[in-house]
Design a protein around this ligand. Structure first.
Ligand code: ZN
Length: 130
């Protein structure tokens, strides 16, 4: 089973918690044990898993990425969004999560995030359950 959903982002860089959207797809699949693959078909967005309890954590990650990969540096790519491509490259376009007893086997503090690095834009998240 493959599903996808859309996200409209609202800032240039942003983490959007998609855990409940993915969990709904897992629930709908009725699969008791298996794998959930999440894929973001974009070159300036990404998907990651990190702390969901404290919103300061995604904020710190975004601010640190901005310090590591400054917007004002000189880059070759003429579209002007090389920092977003580099952040996407570092973060990655997919995640794999084990499904056990019909639920995502995430750690207590873990959430799944769509990472926007060149927003605002319309983004797609693809989910394969198997
Ligand atoms: Zn580009």
């Amino acid at each position: 089973m493959i599903e996808n959903f859309s996200i409209v982002t609202s800032s240039r860089t942003q983490f959007i918690d998609i855990t409940s959207r993915v969990a709904e797809i897992v629930e709908k699949s009725n699969l008791e044990e298996g794998i959930c693959w999440i894929f973001v078909p974009h070159t300036t967005a990404a998907v990651t898993i990190n702390e969901g309890a404290d919103p300061s954590v995604p904020r710190d990650i975004l601010e640190h990425l901005d310090r590591m990969i400054p917007q004002q540096e000189s880059y070759h790519h003429l579209e002007g969004n090389s920092p977003a491509h580099i952040k996407s490259f570092l973060t990655g376009s997919s995640q794999v999560i084990i499904i056990r007893e019909g639920k995502l086997l995430l750690g207590t503090w873990q959430s799944i995030y769509l990472c926007e690095f060149d927003g605002p834009r319309h983004r797609q998240v693809m989910v394969k359950i198997g």
